[in-house]
Design a protein around this ligand. Structure first.
Ligand code: SAH
Length: 350
């Protein structure tokens, strides 16, 4: 029945559920093999690097899973200055990065004016680079202003596409409807948009994962970021166990098969739950890595989850280490902006 996994776009919800839940390693191996074939057809052996600058861990939200939620009084808060952010870009540019991802909590210190000022300066200095923002839920006007300042990409994971589940992961002030509104606004403005979710977050069922895939098929994002949920001791979910390698890899492969054109990162969270997590992620269909460009002095403070890797190394060390890891996995890091390669209209989902 599952000999032809490349036809996965035609699978029913029940069939998708079966391949996610099927015990044993064989199905995971078949998924990864099929996903790697599709990935090579679309992107060859190329792996794109995004320099991640975690510029603030202040956040007004209180997402139950996240270590930098406002309710965590143990978090040591920091924000980078514009100069520090520009220094990260300068170092990154020298190391061959052509995309900078500015990620942070929802920090009201960074008004639209300040964000636009930072974005436009990076845009002017590094014309050949793409600027990605990942700073949460904003109004359409704000997104429009950032876009005009020079940001072309935006990462905003939907986290879960099921209303009931969303409510179990977030306080009542937050809503899935607004999160989705943001994603559609971003698309309408013309951003390359990234959505995504955590794998095996508390209360997640296979039905929720199927709903995530169905939502993504409607949204057709350019980037899809997923990683295992990882426990953080200072959150409401301190007692819940982290997501597994096997389930995350299966989901990466399924995503690659459903979205051949997509940019899919092998995330830091995946590298955190297994020493070879990112390499295995690449082999399962991922084609992006996002090494950290933040100053080492603040790295440990952006602790979304426990035992996060790469918090001690300088950017150059990270870059060198990843180069080797990617090569070892059978792929090749390229210095390019690495824009999405969309299939002709109507074929996006095969
Ligand atoms: N404020 C931004 C950035 C959030 S941090 C925003 O709202 O988009 C980036 C991602 O880290 C989140 O979208 C979430 O999926 C992930 N994350 C947060 N806590 C996590 C945890 N405990 N385990 C794994 N991933 C987590």
């Amino acid at each position: 029945m599952y000999e032809n996994l490349e036809n996965i776009a035609d699978f029913s919800d029940r069939e998708l559920k079966e391949i996610m839940e099927m015990p044993g390693e064989e199905i995971a191996f078949k998924l990864a093999t099929a996903a790697d074939r599709v990935r090579r057809e679309n992107y060859g052996d190329e792996v794109y690097v995004r320099g991640l600058i975690e510029f603030t861990n202040f956040c007004k939200n209180n997402c139950y899973y996240c270590g930098i939620r406002c309710g965590n009084s143990h978090a040591e808060r920091y924000r980078l200055t514009k100069e520090q952010i520009l220094e990260c870009c300068e170092e990154g540019y020298g190391l061959g990065f052509r995309t900078f991802v500015l990620q942070g909590g929802e920090d009201s210190y960074f008004t639209d004016e300040i964000i636009c000022d930072i974005v436009s300066e990076i845009h002017e200095k590094y014309e050949d680079c793409a600027i990605t923002l990942s700073i949460g839920e904003k109004t359409k006007e704000s997104y429009q202003a950032y876009f005009e300042a020079g940001a072309q990409r935006y990462l905003l994971r939907h986290e879960t596409a099921t209303e009931d589940h969303y409510k179990k992961l977030h306080p009542s002030q937050m809503s899935l409807a607004n999160r989705k509104r943001c994603l559609y606004d971003l698309k309408e403005i013309g951003y390359q948009v990234g959505a995504g979710f955590m794998v095996e977050s508390p209360y997640q069922t296979t039905e929720h994962l199927v709903a995530d895939l169905r939502f993504l098929q409607k949204l057709e994002p350019d980037m899809i970021g997923i990683g295992p949920f990882i426990t953080h001791g200072q959150t409401s979910f301190a007692k819940y166990k982290s997501g597994s390698l096997d389930k995350t890899l299966r989901m990466i492969s399924i995503l690659r098969l459903l979205f051949p054109y997509a940019l899919i990162p092998a995330t830091t969270a995946l590298g955190t739950i297994h020493p070879q997590g990112r390499e295995l992620g690449l082999k399962a269909g991922a084609n992006v890595v996002m090494p950290n460009l933040s100053p080492v002095s603040v790295r440990k403070k952006y602790d979304l989850y426990e035992n996060k890797i790469c918090t001690g190394e300088e950017a150059a060390q990270c870059r060198g280490c990843l180069e080797q890891r990617v090569k070892g996995a059978g792929y090749r890091i390229v210095t390019a902006r690495g824009d999405v390669r969309r299939a002709p209209h109507g074929k996006a989902n095969r």
